[in-house]
Design a protein around this ligand. Structure first.
Ligand code: ATP
Length: 346
């Protein structure tokens, strides 16, 4: 099932939670909506689900106008951050619930319901918990059951709102991997909301980065990480070194030092240079950006160094990650060379 969103606007009072969102989600995608708190992710998901309505714009499922249908008619499965399992029902009955309340005309008989629940519990690898109650499960198990329950009615679309948000870091990581594998198996068009960039990059095949009700960038995890379209995306995804620069005479200046890089079409005048920590490397003499090493610590194959830059007004401290083949030590004077960078207007 494809989902197409056209120029969606949603306001609460005078506040625009969605400010003209256009997005096409392909059949079978696992798409992440990534953005800071309040960027409009949940509002967008609720509109796709039919739990909320836009002020204007369109929502199309396989070319059909979804806004003409209520939530119950859209065949959408939903998993929320807080486990919405029924506490008084066993795991088995929780998963069976959606099947039991289907209209009589399409409801399966008891044997078929039991077979389907068994299949879903196998799919989420928790068949051995069928007779437990939600209070007897771990947080991660509850979310897997919530997912099995959402899948019971064979939804055409699966929507997940911070599904692992309430879990601890280690369980989150396991479940991410698990969700990706599960998605490869079931292949249902899925949209999941997260404010955790690592989660989005690791799980999704495409990432939509949102800020203030607008889409800043749509791309594969590699694209949004390596080729951020805006200063916001660069800062929000991955750590960035940000330096005020001046572009003039076809060169990029930090204070009175010219860097050994080309401005790549950046507009002349004051700008900001964005570089990932591991893309700011210790270069040969003449690289341009001089600094002195203040502090070094080592993690596995890399060393992380605080470098005090001499350029510009006062002293600027930046943090770089470099390979250990050239050992740095406190007091070394180095010249830095960005190997990959972006320049955005200030
Ligand atoms: P979070 O990660 O914190 O859940 P989000 O990106 O999902 O954030 P939304 O929940 O979509 O953001 O909210 C977007 C904006 O719309 C927020 O500023 C929020 O306060 C506002 N908003 C959402 N729902 C309502 C509502 N029912 N009434 C008023 N304002 C609302």
């Amino acid at each position: 099932m494809t989902i197409e969103l056209k120029n969606l606007v949603k306001t609460f009072g005078s506040f625009a939670a969605l400010d003209g969102v256009d997005l096409k989600i392909e059949d079978g995608e696992l798409l992440a909506l990534l953005g800071p708190s309040g960027s409009g992710k949940t509002t967008l998901l609720r509109i796709i689900a039919g739990l909320d309505w836009p002020d204007s714009g369109g929502v199309w499922f396989d070319g059909e106008n979804a806004l003409a249908r209520g939530a119950g008619e859209r065949h959408v499965g939903f998993v929320f951050q807080h486990y919405a399992l029924f506490r008084h029902m066993t795991v088995f009955e929780n998963v069976a619930f959606g099947l039991r309340v289907q209209p009589r005309a399409i409801r399966k008989d008891e044997a078929a319901i039991r077979a389907r629940v068994k299949e879903l519990l196998d799919l989420v690898q928790l068949d051995w918990l069928a007779n437990r109650y939600p209070s007897q499960l771990s947080g991660g198990q509850r979310q897997r059951i919530a997912l099995a329950r959402a899948l019971a009615i064979a939804p055409r679309i699966l929507l997940l709102d911070e599904p692992f948000g309430a879990l601890d870091a280690k369980v989150r990581k396991e479940l991410r991997r698990w969700l990706r594998t599960l998605h490869e198996e079931i292949n249902v068009t899925s949209v999941f909301v997260t404010h955790d960039q690592e989660e989005a990059l690791e799980v999704a095949n495409r990432v939509v980065v949102m800020d203030k009700g607008k889409i800043e960038q749509i791309g594969t995890p590699n694209e949004v990480y390596d080729r951020p379209a805006t200063a916001f995306v660069h800062s929000f995804i991955g750590e960035s070194i940000v330096l005020p620069v001046n572009v003039s005479d076809g060169r990029v200046w930090v204070g009175d030092q010219a860097l050994n890089i080309k401005p790549n079409g950046a507009t002349p005048g004051p700008s900001q240079l964005f570089v990932r920590r591991h893309d700011m490397q210790v270069g040969p003499a003449g690289s341009g950006l001089r600094g002195s090493v203040r502090y070094v610590r080592t993690f596995g194959a890399i060393q992380r160094a605080d470098i005090a830059l001499a350029a510009g007004d006062g002293e600027t401290l930046i943090e770089i990650d470099t390979p250990r083949d050239r050992e740095l030590k406190q007091g070394d004077v180095v010249e830095l060379q960005p190997t990959r960078f972006r320049i955005f207007s200030a």
